[in-house]
Design a protein around this ligand. Structure first.
Ligand code: NAP
Ligand code: F7E
Length: 331
């Protein structure tokens, strides 16, 4: 058992609970920065059965003083910055908030460490969205960036400021360039979960159609549970560095959707409607990662196929929707 302390921002999101569980299983004391919200946001931690094991610290990424306080309270050996406005489509509606949280506020985290805890190892949640209009068929750590959304632009700042603090001040600061990763804990606004939730509702008779935007877009989708392991591995290395984390397989939204419908013996074409409302002002048409460096240096490899991932997501949504419908009957 490690006896180490970790501080995670974004503890209530998709990745936070998977990472927290991994660290708790390794014997870490896990602190989670939690932003004040009007309604409950701990359902994912409860689903993994770990809500009671996290030491919560109130704070917000945009409030530098709250990060200093969190660092002083948690005294972390490792700091994982997962907090973000992470929905790409929303970044055109809230570009300044996205720039502040996903970009500038990364410096709040780094400054808190530089000034108060320079020995702490830092992980920054960078993203394949930085590749945007791709400059190479398979994207790796050397591929030039060309972001296509305010989200991608903001994340690029977060990425480079992490590299800069490593090079300027010798912080052990690593940036994981993670391609899309999904799970039953994925937010409902993202396309995989929107699809698996709709498939469950259609199968159980509470929804008639599924409306999507650009189904020709291609993504390199992996399982979040596999990807948080890569985050941890990055902070166990002697030297901080940047790594692409991906499966090396790309699939259209259309084919991902077909897998979900087939899982419950339905035909996608009977239910799918294309709705221009879901098209984006600028699209990232295709992403395909090359995780060779992570494989060679971290010994990391994805373990979950897209079929397994989508099947597990549909099964989880079938259980949730069935429980919801049952509750309506008994209410
Ligand atoms: P997510 O589900 O959207 O979770 C985002 C988390 O950030 C939530 O816990 C949210 O808290 C928190 N947050 C938002 N604004 C905040 C603020 N101002 N102060 C403090 N906390 C704040 O995202 P995810 O899928 O877990 O992704 C984790 C990180 O990896 C994000 O930085 C994302 O941009 C990045 N990333 C994700 C993927 C992917 O495919 N999932 C790929 C590459 C990179 P509330 O719950 O209270 O809103
Ligand atoms: O869209 C297309 C959409 O919203 C995937 C975030 O975690 O991964 C995620 O960003 C694709 C896009 O994820 C709908 O146009 C079609 O081409 O699931 P998404 P994303 O934008 O790739 C990256 C790596 C991150 O870093 C982000 O934080 O699907 N698409 N129809 C649709 N997308 C949505 N959401 N809804 C639709 O109806």
């Amino acid at each position: 058992m490690s006896g180490k302390s970790a501080l995670i921002t974004g503890i209530t999101g998709q990745d936070g609970p998977y990472l927290a569980k991994l660290l708790l299983d390794k014997g870490y004391r896990v602190h989670g920065l939690i932003a004040r919200r009007a309604s409950d946001n701990q359902w994912r931690l409860r689903e993994l059965g770990i809500a009671g094991e996290i030491k919560f610290i109130d704070g917000d990424l945009t409030d530098a003083s709250s990060l200093i306080r969190a660092v002083n309270l948690a005294k972390p050996d490792e700091f994982y910055n997962l907090a973000a406005q992470s929905f790409v489509a929303a970044s055109w509606d809230q570009p300044l908030l996205t720039a502040t949280v996903n970009g500038l506020a990364v410096t709040h985290c780094l400054e808190a460490l530089r000034q108060f805890s320079p020995h702490t190892r830092f992980y920054q949640a960078s993203t394949s969205e930085m590749f945007g209009l791709i400059q190479a068929e398979r994207q790796d750590e050397k591929t030039p960036f060309y972001p296509r959304s305010p989200y991608g632009v903001a994340k690029l700042y977060g990425h480079w400021i992490t590299v800069n603090y490593r090079e300027s001040f010798g912080l052990h600061a690593s940036s994981g360039i993670l391609f899309n990763h999904e799970s039953p804990l994925r937010g409902i606004e993202f396309v995989t979960r929107k699809v698996t939730d709709a498939v469950a509702r259609i199968k159980l008779g509470s929804q008639r159609e599924l409306r999507l935007g650009n189904i020709d877009a291609k993504r390199d989708w992996g399982f979040a549970g596999d990807y948080v392991e890569a985050m941890w591995l990055m902070l166990q290395q002697d030297q901080a560095d940047d790594y692409v984390i991906a499966t090396g397989v790309t699939t259209t939204v259309r084919d991902m959707c077909r897998i979900a419908f087939r899982h419950v013996d339905l035909e996608m074409d009977d239910y799918l409607v294309i709705d221009p409302k879901f098209f984006r002002p600028a699209e990232v048409e295709v992403l395909l990662g090359n995780p060779a460096k992570a494989r060679a240096k971290l010994g990391w490899a994805p373990k979950t196929s897209l079929e397994q991932l989508i099947g597990a997501m549909v099964d989880a949504d079938l259980r949730r929707v069935a429980a919801e419908l049952q509750a309506r009957v008994t209410a």
